[in-house]
Design a protein around this ligand. Structure first.
Ligand code: NAD
Length: 432
């Protein structure tokens, strides 16, 4: 089977090397940016089963390592290392005092009972408890892990600390994991944060395009149209908030297919309909009514090729690639999934004038609110949802601003600019 982790790691290294060279950094500094600080690879037992897991701590120049824990049968060391590396970049882009880390376990959690999943999560937490902590490394949920799993892990970590007399206060112990349930020290607004942050970035981008370049297609008066691939956590909230903020959502999809409603669809009613039918296919909803005459079914591939103003891949990686890049008609692409556009397609579309907001900025709302959860725990505070959202907006707009500024000044893509900003911050070339 193809090792996609190896490819991910190679491409992360390639862009870091290219950017670092363009900044005139020495080969020693480049090596430090590439090589992780620590690779923890371990085996641990749950009953009679033995699992392999990792916690990779890439770089902590800016603060404690931060990054999710992934439970998946195809997890491998290269993949975890690539994701840890990209977390260092994402935290730096977002302006967080955090570094990059990632964890993983080779397991198919769908084959486990709830009890087995809990035992596995607790055993993994015991294994990593030696090298994590509120000021050292702060794990979070990722693929197939969730707030409930974070609560089990935080509890197990606390038990382990008690036996070691760590001296940490209970709020500091809580700060060791983010993405916890709200009643167990989690932050309000975290569930919605990635989609919400993406919409704040889109608004900031459109404000620049209106004032500095030209109005979005359709002129100032008509609402910009949006197509979103994926209707999970990220896709749903992106669609919902963009609709709330005056965009016209015309297409949505999930793994079973896509819908296209040219007049604009209702996101909330589509969600209700999806819950009843099990998929968005067949949910042509306007206002509170879902009627087949309003729209038509299209394939997930066709969604990507629609003539919309804004295309939002929010499901899988590599969906825009050499095969379909020439057919993409959107003028703006917001990368809400991680790595939805291959390097080749990225270059082709950028060359064609498509503005692409890279994943390390577009989906950084999630890690930003994870940081705010850590902050609230450390300072023993509990913010209202409005306060969290306000801070998220300020932080992500500030992150966008520095990346936009450099991109315009140096005439480079937003992705190149994001990596330059991140590398400058990590190597302390700049304090901006
Ligand atoms: P999710 O599991 O909640 O949702 C994924 C959605 O994608 C589902 O609606 C699923 O039906 C759909 N999907 C699966 N295969 C598809 C296909 N072939 N075509 C179209 N849709 C398909 O996941 P999520 O949390 O929304 O994450 C989506 C992406 O965003 C991932 O790349 C993830 O790494 C990234 N991301 C998520 C967060 C977060 O906070 N959740 C943060 C940063 C990045």
């Amino acid at each position: 089977m193809e090792n996609t982790g190896k490819k991910m790691l190679e491409s992360a290294h390639e862009i870091i090397k290219k950017t670092a060279k363009s900044l005139g950094l020495s080969s020693e500094v480049i090596t430090r940016l590439i090589e992780p600080d620590f690779i923890h690879e371990f085996n641990f037992s749950v009953g009679k089963k033995i699992y392999k897991g990792w916690r990779i701590q890439h770089n902590n120049t800016l603060g404690p390592y931060k990054g999710g824990i992934r439970f998946h049968p195809n997890v491998n060391r290269d993949e975890v290392q690539a994701l840890a590396t990209l977390m260092s970049v994402k935290c730096a882009v977002a302006g967080l005092p955090m570094g990059g880390g990632k964890g993983g376990v080779i397991v198919n959690p769908k084959e486990l009972s709830e009890k087995e999943l809990e035992e596995l999560s607790r055993a993994y937490a015991r294994a990593i408890s030696l090298f994590i902590g509120p000021y050292v490394d702060v794990p979070a949920p990722d693929v197939n892990t969730n707030p409930k799993i974070m609560a089990w892990m935080a509890e197990e970590y606390e038990k382990n600390l008690k036996s070691q007399n760590s001296g940490l206060k209970s709020n500091e112990v809580l700060a060791t994991f983010s993405g916890k349930p709200v009643e167990k020290g989690g932050s309000l607004g975290r569930t919605e944060a990635t989609g919400r942050g993406g919409v704040y970035v889109l608004q900031a981008l459109l404000a620049k395009l209106r004032s500095k370049i030209n109005p979005p297609a359709g002129g100032q008066k008509s609402k910009p149209t949006v197509a979103v691939q994926g209707f999970g956590n990220v896709g749903y909230y992106f669609a919902k908030f963009s609709e709330d903020m005056g965009f016209k959502v015309v297409s949505l999809s999930d793994s079973k297919g896509a819908i296209y409603v040219t007049e604009g669809l209702s996101v909330e009613t589509t969600l209700k309909c999806k819950k009843e039918k099990g998929s968005v296919a067949g949910c042509y909803c306007r206002g509170s009514v879902c009627d087949v005459r309003f729209g038509k079914p299209i394939s997930n591939d066709a969604l990507l090729e629609l003539p919309v103003d804004v295309l939002v891949p929010a499901a899988l990686e590599n969906v825009i690639n050499a095969q379909n890049m020439a057919k993409i008609k959107a003028k703006i692409i917001i990368e809400m999934a991680n790595g939805p556009i291959t390097e080749e397609a990225y270059e082709y579309l950028t060359e064609k004038g498509v503005i692409i907001v890279p994943d390390v900025l577009a989906n950084s709302g999630g890690v930003t609110v994870s940081y705010l959860e850590w902050y609230q725990n450390i300072h023993n505070e509990k913010w209202t949802e409005a306060a969290v959202n306000k801070r998220l907006k300020e932080m992500i707009e500030k992150a966008f601003e520095s990346i936009w500024k450099k991109s315009v000044a140096k005439r480079i893509s937003l992705k190149q600019s994001a990596f330059e900003v991140a590398i400058e911050r990590i190597t302390k070339l700049s304090t901006a």
